[in-house]
Design a protein around this ligand. Structure first.
Ligand code: HDD
Length: 733
């Protein structure tokens, strides 16, 4: 894009004698550049001009290695020395350039959300939002490029993906009207209500400052000290302790804008909304045991999963939706204060209205250039989307811009390719570190008469961002929050009451684990008092896990209103992209194996064949030595033909005891698959293998049959519910 592309249609060049010295009142061409003002032709290290956006360049493609100034190099492996055994010479400018550049290759990692993965995609609008907002990207049929970065919050850049934590879900929409960033999380509520507390909650949650442990997790004293002393954090913490804290994949996470935003339509009418991303594959989580195993076996599990799915063409999709609430002077809805970021609006009260579909279809080309340098900011807004007076959002509007200046080294981060808007830029921001543009013209100020008065204000142009003139209540300056923000427990009680028994068991176990890692008795006890305000049984069972008495409830809490939409269980979802481990042995019929693999691929499943000692990688992807159960969503035992009837083991395999010796690695794999409530299918002598692993052939989620393709189909049906939830016994009454 050249500077000229950004100009409105201008009348002709002023002719001789036409006055050019007064302040122009309409756009007109600038005075021509002086002969010595011709800009140099800028070239990037890849030999392309920085304005050349014709596609990704391959930096290693040129014929000759050069230094940064383009001078060819005959050698880059030996520093310049006084003789082969002599001292290295200071004059070696190539050595110094290479090492100096290397020394500065790293930039500061994000202070939170340092660990992430991202992908490019497109957002296609259904048009359903056009009546709510004048934002062009919500108009019917609009297609907008996007870049999405998912992240954990607490860990450093190299930390494991499957830790228990909130996940970031940040989307950059490159709209025709400028960049819109939706910087959300996979949890719809936040820890604190006022941004002034954000440094405190992050200091408490990050590793202890003396030993810098533990990494990437909240299971330590300072975190639980903070959240029990700031009970507004109870709600978010409860979501963290639920299965939402350990997603199965970025592809199976919901996203939330958290705050209430204000949409403005073309006539200036407004409504209040909460943003939602709904994954097409459903909302699924790991079990805690799985998450811990994966943390060791494959710390890049989520990053790999996203990358592999996109490379395989299984493009993840989310629907963007909004809950719409009337924009009343109180800014409350059904008794819920919409300015309080620790509250959500139950979907039963305000259904999520779908506005469009996002598809992620391309992986980044260069992780640093794109994923590391992308800079999100909740203040990147477009006409038709405005902020509310949520005190947490107000602080964010300052913080994100500020942090990029340190992280990306100056105020020109918007010029980094991944951050560049796709709309014409005509700003008057100049100079500064890493200025990439070679601005022409002489008058970067307004009004001017020398550059033709350009650029002009958009005025009433509908594409201009005009803050909605929201009335501000007459008030005194105070450091206070509204009284409605004092309710810290009604919504945690709703969340708890909306969970199924198995989800409640997971929450109890999570609190037991986390508080069990706290060493200060006062911290444990104070948190039990917080739990007593959510639910008696939750408190009693966590107390029992810690070996402590359950505290008496301090006050009777009002009954909770469940919101069934909060549970992840009880629905069926597409199984596309789910991984099936097919365990083969010497007796496996290759023809049957082919049929099962073809049927799995036809169902969009990902079959991975596991053989005792590996084999041809086209046919066998894992050996018993390299496979781990956590890679698979379900397992098939593609056994040898069943033994003769008189040799078959008894139906109750546990009673009969193991008949064959099972490879211990296979026994471990099957045991974990069972423990993590994943479906197990099999045929032929699969029953023997299960018996040898000590697993019941007639247990829930075990499908044995004579038709392998039918077994696969039944296993896929079980996968649609994500796990075999019946395998977790309901709690004793
Ligand atoms: Fe934040 C990063 C989400 C509150 C200050 N935040 C960051 C990212 C996400 C969120 C997804 C990673 C963006 C990326 O991938 O580059 N943050 C949230 C949500 C919040 C929230 C959903 C509450 C509703 N954040 C919040 C507050 C503050 C910050 C209250 C400060 C007052 N957040 C930051 C930051 C980060 C950030 C320090 C670190 C790196 C960055 O911004 O670019 O400025």
């Amino acid at each position: 894009m050249t500077a000229d592309d950004t100009r409105p249609d201008l009348p002709g060049t002023p002719s001789a004698g036409e006055p050019t010295v007064e302040e122009p009142v309409e756009p007109r061409p600038p005075l021509p550049p002086k002969p010595d003002q011709a800009a140099p032709e800028p070239r990037s290290a890849t030999g392309r001009g920085p304005q050349d956006d014709s596609g990704p360049a391959r930096a290693q493609a040129g014929a000759y290695l050069t230094n940064a100034q383009g001078t060819r190099l005959p050698d880059s492996d030996h520093s310049l020395k006084a003789g082969p055994r002599g001292p290295v010479l200071l004059q070696d400018h190539h050595l110094r350039e290479k090492i100096t550049h290397f020394d500065h290759e790293r930039i500061p990692e994000r202070v939170v959300h340092a660990r992430g993965a991202a992908a490019h995609g497109v957002f296609e609008s259904y048009g359903a939002g056009a009546g709510l907002s004048k934002a062009g990207f919500l108009a019917a049929g609009a297609r907008t490029p996007v870049f999405v970065r998912f992240s954990t919050v607490l860990g450093s850049r190299g930390s494991a993906d499957t830790v228990r934590d909130t996940r970031g879900f940040a989307t950059k929409f490159y709209t025709d009207e400028g960049v819109f960033d939706l910087v959300g999380n996979n949890i719809p509520v936040f820890f604190v209500q006022d941004a002034i507390k954000f440094p405190d909650v992050v200091h408490a949650a990050k590793p202890h400052p003396d030993r810098e442990i533990p990494q990437a997790q909240s299971a330590h004293d300072t975190f639980w000290d903070f959240v029990s002393l700031h009970t507004e954090a109870t709600h978010h913490t409860l979501w963290n302790m639920s299965d939402r804290g350990i997603p199965r994949s970025y592809r199976t996470m919901e996203g939330f804008g958290v705050h209430t935003f204000r949409l403005v339509d073309a006539e200036g009418a407004t409504c209040l909304v909460k943003w939602h991303w709904k994954p097409k594959l459903g909302v699924h989580s790991l079990t805690w045991d799985e998450a811990q195993l994966i943390g060791g076996a494959d710390p890049d599990f989520h990053r790999r999963d996203l990358y592999d799915a996109i490379e395989a063409g299984a493009y993840p999709q989310w629907e963007l939706g909004v809950q719409v609430m009337p924009d009343t002077p109180e800014q409350t809805f059904e008794g819920i204060d919409l300015l309080d970021p620790t509250k959500f609006v139950p979907e039963e009260l305000a259904p999520v209205q779908p506005l469009g579909l996002m598809t992620l279809h391309a992986n980044p080309t260069n992780f640093f250039a794109e994923v590391e340098q992308v800079a999100f900011h909740p203040g990147h807004l477009v006409p038709g989307i405005d902020v509310t007076d949520d005190p947490l959002l107000a602080g964010r509007l300052f913080s994100y811009l500020d942090t990029q200046i340190t992280r990306l080294g100056g105020p020109n981060f918007a010029q980094i390719p991944i951050n560049r808007t796709h709309a014409p830029v005509n700003d008057m921001l100049r100079d500064g570190f890493h200025q990439d543009a070679v601005h022409t013209g002489t008058a970067p100020y307004k009004p001017n008469s020398l550059d033709g008065g350009c650029p002009f204000f958009a005025g009433a142009d509908p594409h201009a961002f005009i803050e909605h003139p929201q009335p501000v209540p007459a008030a005194h300056k105070v450091r206070e929050l509204p009284a409605s923000f004092d309710d810290h427990f009604s919504q945690p009680r709703t969340f708890w009451a909306s969970m199924t028994p198995v989800e409640q068991e997971h929450i109890i176990a999570a609190y037991g684990f986390e508080l069990g890692k706290c060493t200060e008795p006062a911290v444990r006890e104070r948190n039990l008092r917080v739990l007593a305000r959510i639910d008696d049984r939750l408190c009693a069972e966590v107390a029992a896990a810690l070996g402590l008495p359950a505290p008496e409830p301090e006050a009777a809490e009002p009954p909770a209103r469940p919101s069934p939409a909060l549970s992840q269980l009880g629905r069926e979802w597409p199984v596309a992209g789910r991984t099936i481990g097919i365990l083969v042995g010497p007796g496996t019929d290759p023809g049957v194996l082919d049929d099962v693999r073809s049927a799995a691929l036809a169902a969009d499943l990902v079959p991975l064949v596991v053989a005792p000692s590996g084999g041809d990688p086209a046919e066998v992807q894992r050996s018993f030595a390299t496979a781990r159960s956590v890679e698979f969503d379900a397992v098939l035992l593609a056994g040898a033909p069943a033994p003769a009837a008189d040799a078959a083991p008894a139906r109750d395999a546990r009673a009969a005891g193991p008949r064959t010796l099972l490879d211990p690695r296979l026994a471990l794999l099957l045991g974990e698959t069972w423990r993590h409530a994943k479906a197990i299918g099999g045929w032929g002598d699969a029953r023997d293998a299960l018996a040898a692993a000590g697993l019941p052939a007639d247990g829930p989620g075990v499908v044995l049959g004579t038709d392998p393709v039918q077994v696969l189909r039944e296993v896929a049906d079980l996968l649609a519910g994500h796990r075999v939830w019946d395998r977790f016994p309901p709690p004793a009454a």
